[in-house]
Design a protein around this ligand. Sequence first.
Ligand SMILES: NC(=O)c1ccc[n+]([C@@H]2O[C@H](COP(=O)([O-])OP(=O)(O)OC[C@H]3O[C@@H](n4cnc5c(N)ncnc54)[C@H](OP(=O)(O)O)[C@@H]3O)[C@@H](O)[C@H]2O)c1
Length: 263
Amino acid sequence: MKQIDKHAYGPWALVTGASSGIGEEFARQAAASGINVVLVARREERLREVAAELTARYEVQARVAALDLGRDQILGPVREATDDLDIGLVVSNAGTGNPGPFTSLPHERLREAVQLNVITHLDLAHHFGQRLAARGRGGIVLVSAVAAAGGLPYMANDSAAKAYVLNLGEALHAELRQAGVHVTVLVPVLVATPVVARIGLDKLGLSAEPITPGQAAGEALAALAEGRVSTLERAEMSGAFEDMKDAVTEMIRARLAASQPAH
Ligand SMILES: NC(=O)c1ccc[n+]([C@@H]2O[C@H](COP(=O)([O-])OP(=O)(O)OC[C@H]3O[C@@H](n4cnc5c(N)ncnc54)[C@H](OP(=O)(O)O)[C@@H]3O)[C@@H](O)[C@H]2O)c1
């Protein structure tokens, strides 16, 4: 578990997608460092369980904000939950994947995915980028994916969205450093979480071994504290991306073939 400096990144952290997987681990590692946490996701009951565990185990405060970040205008409720707090760390992690042939996926679902996987990162980075820069210290972690390294067939919308997050984070890393704010991008390849199992990525036989959500969150917090732009250099992304591209393409084609009636 990675501990980070609560004077640099506290006294409060905002973590989106804190009800599961990597986000829950970000919240746990922030709390273990003595930083109070605001936990955001849709499942309020699950967030309350996480909050109860963290307050009991690490003697920090935890606030729960049950929000659907795939909806428009999320800044209003996020501000209601955070305006009275001195936020020093923002982890914009909530996200999901929708594999399938682009033109067969419902248009509305793809738009909601852009809202969650692009616009919400934009809104949070802009609002908290201003706040953190004004106080002259703090950190922002944006969660992208190795799929950001290129156009991933059958995850076209997802890979395009993750490329936005990666480029945004890389640029802000340089821009906000002047103001004392550290920005880093987590670029996961394969992390053993529920979304990976739902999509079937864990069954693809990728050359990358899955890591735990705790390892993924720890790598990102280490990169943040060390002033690195991301957890995976651009040069290292291409091999993992090509491997995933072939495997995802094969998986979806096999699923499509299985769903076609035999002639
Ligand atoms: N696991 C991997 O190998 C991998 C690889 C590449 C990228 N990533 C990225 O890592 C991030 C975390 O994913 P994970 O693997 O930890 O998956 P996960 O265990 O499924 O967690 C996803 C989190 O996002 C939240 N979320 C999803 N839709 C939301 C919405 N509309 N509004 C608010 N919260 C929402 C979920 O909470 P609720 O359901 O309670 O809303 C949950 O807390 C995502 O951005 C994902 O794209 C993961």
